[in-house]
Design a protein around this ligand. Structure first.
Ligand SMILES: [Zn+2]
Length: 139
């Protein structure tokens, strides 16, 4: 025996149907022998299973997983920046300009800038990105 979740297109009702096997269902369905118990119409098909509904009911673990994944990414990003760029602290905007205008060596730098400073840099055509800076977990 095989159980199908069925859906009536007439009354949109959903019900279970038991069949000897999937071939029996196909045969009965094609012959119009699968009847909706609510409205007795035969416009019945298999309901689409939505496995993500089960996930949504347990939203908390999924959200924590996403948060953990983001944390891992941001930490990796921080490590990459620290390994490859020079820390210039609050002088970021100044130094980025010096590099841009050829007054300082071309190199990757990182440090602090206000949103306004970052916007000004972008206006001048200087590449600057703000990234979430998470505290090191090993600190
Ligand atoms: Zn129906």
């Amino acid at each position: 025996m095989i159980k199908y979740e069925l859906r009536c297109r007439g009354c949109e009702g959903q019900f279970e149907g038991w069949f000897a096997d999937s071939g029996t269902y196909d045969r009965q369905s094609a012959a119009g022998e699968v009847v909706c118990p609510s409205c007795a119409c035969t416009d019945v098909g298999k309901a689409i299973m939505a496995p993500n509904i089960a996930l949504r009911r347990h939203g908390a673990p999924a959200r924590e997983q996403v948060a953990a994944e983001l944390r891992r990414m941001f930490m990796a990003m921080r490590r990459h920046v620290e390994d490859n760029c020079e820390y210039v602290g609050p002088e970021l905007a100044e130094e980025a300009r010096r590099i841009h205008y050829g007054e300082a060596d071309e190199r990757g730098i990182y440090g602090e800038a206000t949103a306004e400073e970052a916007a000004d840099l972008r206006d001048e055509g200087i590449d600057v990105v703000a990234i979430p800076w998470l505290p090191r977990s090993d600190a």
